[in-house]
Design a protein around this ligand. Structure first.
Ligand code: ATP
Length: 261
């Protein structure tokens, strides 16, 4: 993808974006977007790169984006007063938009709470949401998305803690990155006005992987928590029912979800 192709795809978006910065290669699109935010970026400004050399996952984990194979972009939001109470739902906004873009291509995408999208139980996309605050007020939220489009984007198994796949593995050759990007952005724009609604949570919940299954949540150094995955709380936290029937809430943080072995 080059800048011209990108512009062509984005010109077909139903609603306008802010400014777009395109890079053939960059360290991390999220880092660039955070720096741009600090310099006063407009709402819906977009950073996109063909390759990331230091792509980031949560904490210090790496996200791999080899040249010419994947989508890696960061969308900058300046949340409105109405959106500010719902910041914890933004990861769901992005995950839903990615999952919807895959479902419209006939694929059964699911969301592995909190920040991954799966195809056939394997990770096809990861989302990293980061915020910039002025005191207690949020100024900016950066939504980073990495999506494996072609087979060449999928890292080798020894680099992974969870199996990975690409769109090409499901759809065959010919997937156009620009079109997928446009669909995801259109999805975010369309869902955004509904972020505070109950139907938004219901739609997110419907897409969750492992629903009604026994799962394990590994968190930092603590003993893993196990339980049946029931759904989401209204802030997007995960709702489990433990073996003794008690309801347990898993909050966002350094937690990793797995089907119980
Ligand atoms: P997990 O996916 O193991 O539950 P996580 O959700 O905490 O962990 P993230 O921070 O979302 O992980 O993503 C970083 C991890 O994703 C890396 O540690 C690596 O295992 C994996 N990863 C990195 N690049 C890719 C990629 N292109 N496709 C799939 N998985 C990747």
């Amino acid at each position: 993808m080059n800048q011209n192709e990108l512009k062509k795809s984005l010109s077909k978006l139903p609603l306008g974006l802010g400014d777009v910065r395109y890079f053939d290669s960059i360290g991390s699109t999220n880092s660039e977007a955070l720096a741009w935010s600090a310099g006063g970026a407009k709402d819906l400004s977009l950073v996109i790169a063909d390759e990331q050399t230091a792509g980031r996952g949560r904490l210090d984990r790496k996200w791999f984006t080899p040249r010419g194979t994947a989508l890696a972009f960061s969308l900058i939001l300046r949340p409105s007063a109405k959106e500010k109470p719902h910041l914890t739902r933004i990861v769901g906004l992005a995950a839903l938009a990615v999952a919807d873009s895959l479902r419209t291509r006939g694929l059964v995408a699911q969301i592995k709470w909190p920040n991954d999208v799966l195809l056939d139980g394997r990770k096809v996309a990861g989302i990293l949401v980061e915020s910039v605050w002025s005191g207690v007020e949020v100024d900016y939220v950066v939504i980073g998305v990495g999506l494996n489009v072609l087979k060449g984007a999928v890292p080798s198994a020894e680099l992974l803690q969870f199996p990975a796949t690409s769109l090409e593995e499901s759809l065959g050759p010919g997937v156009e990155r620009g079109k997928v990007l446009r669909d995801i952005l259109a999805g975010i724009l369309a869902l955004r006005p509904h972020i505070g609604t109950d139907s938004f949570i219901a739609a997110w919940e419907k897409m969750l992987a492992f629903r009604d299954e026994q799962v394990q949540v590994e968190g930092g150094s603590e003993t893993p928590m196990t339980g049946k995955l029931l759904g989401l709380e209204s802030d997007g936290s995960l709702k489990l029912s433990s073996e003794d029937g008690k309801s347990v809430t898993v909050r966002f943080g350094d937690v990793r979800l797995r089907r119980q072995a």
